[in-house]
Design a protein around this ligand. Structure first.
Ligand SMILES: [Zn+2]
Length: 273
C-alpha cells in the first residue's frame, strides 16, 4: 500500500539497475549472443577464458562512498567472441583459465558492449573449454608532448553532496542553501575537474578532460580538501612534459615528468632555524 508515509526512491540512483529476473531464469549465453543482442542491464551467465588484465583501479560506487572497491577490467573470450569484463571486489584469476560467472550485467559504454559483475555474481573455476578467440583489441592511445595549458575548477560540496558557491576555509561553518543548514567547513568535500593541453612533436595541440580522480592521481593528492584552482594549475605547469593515455575520449592516466628539484621541508626548516 502506498500512502502519505510512503517514500518513493528513484531507481536511477541505484548502483545496478533493477533486474527482477530470478536467478534460476538467468540465461547462459555465449559472448557472440550477447554482442548480437546487447540489451543493457540484462543479467546473463557466461563461461569464459580470462585472457588478460587491462585496467586495475579502486573506485567508489554510488552505494558506497566510504571505502573504495577494487575494480579490475579483464579481456575475456569464449569460442565465439571476446569482451571486456569488469570485476568488482577482490578476486584472483589464473590468466588463460576458464571460469563460469553467474549473474553478470551487460553494459554499453561509449558504443562498446561490456560485462560487469554484480553483487549477486558467483564465480567458479571450470575445465578448459578449448581454444578461445583472440582477446578484444582496445583502442588505447598514448599521446606525449609538452605541457602548454591547463584549466582546473574546484567544486565544494556539503556532506550531502550539494554544490556550494563559495567557501571561506578560515571559518568554522558554511551555510548550504539546499540543506538550509550550516555544515562544518572541515566536513566539506572538494571535487576538481579540468582540461589539459599538450603539444606533440609535430606541433599539434591535444586537449584532454581531467576528472577529480585523474587530477589527484597525477599530482599525488590525498582524498579530501584541495588547494585553490590556480595552485592546482601551477602544480601541473611546474612540469614540462606529459604522457596521456586515452581510450576513446576517456583519459585513463596522465604521467608528468619529474618536477624540478624543490627544497624538502626539512631543508626549509633548517634554513629557517
Ligand atoms: Zn547541502
Amino acid at each position: 500500500m502506498i500512502n502519505r508515509y510512503s517514500q518513493v526512491t528513484c531507481l536511477r540512483s541505484l548502483d545496478f539497475a533493477y533486474d527482477t529476473t530470478p536467478p534460476q531464469d538467468i540465461p547462459t549465453k555465449t559472448l557472440l549472443q550477447i554482442l548480437q543482442s546487447p540489451v543493457q542491464y540484462q543479467r546473463v551467465n557466461v563461461s569464459v577464458c580470462v585472457v588478460e588484465e587491462r585496467e586495475n583501479s579502486e573506485e567508489f560506487t554510488k552505494g558506497n562512498t566510504v571505502t573504495p572497491l577494487k575494480k579490475v577490467v579483464y579481456a575475456v573470450s569464449d569460442q565465439t567472441a571476446s569482451l571486456l569484463l569488469t570485476v568488482w571486489g577482490t578476486h584472483t584469476f589464473c590468466l588463460k583459465n576458464w571460469y563460469h560467472f553467474s549473474d553478470v550485467s551487460v553494459r554499453n559504454f561509449m558504443g562498446q558492449t561490456t560485462l560487469t559483475t554484480t553483487r549477486d555474481t558467483n564465480i567458479q573455476t571450470i575445465p578448459h573449454a578449448g581454444p578461445s578467440v583472440d582477446p578484444i583489441v582496445d583502442d588505447i592511445t598514448t599521446t606525449e608532448g609538452e605541457l602548454s595549458m591547463v584549466n582546473i575548477d574546484v567544486q565544494h560540496l556539503c556532506p550531502k553532496r550539494h554544490s556550494l558557491d563559495s567557501v571561506n576555509f578560515s571559518t568554522l561553518m558554511t551555510r548550504c542553501h539546499s540543506c538550509k543548514a550550516f555544515c562544518k567547513t572541515a566536513k566539506l568535500s572538494a571535487v576538481a575537474r579540468g582540461t589539459l593541453t599538450i603539444i606533440d612533436e609535430a606541433g599539434t595541440q591535444h586537449s584532454f578532460n581531467l576528472t577529480d580522480k585523474l587530477i589527484r592521481e597525477t599530482l599525488s593528492l590525498n582524498p579530501g580538501p584541495l588547494p585553490q584552482p590556480d595552485e592546482l594549475a601551477a602544480l601541473f605547469l611546474h612540469h614540462d612534459r606529459a604522457t596521456v593515455t586515452t581510450k576513446g575520449s576517456r583519459v585513463l592516466s596522465v604521467l608528468v615528468d619529474a618536477p624540478p628539484e624543490a627544497p624538502s621541508s626539512e631543508d626549509a626548516a633548517t634554513a629557517m632555524a
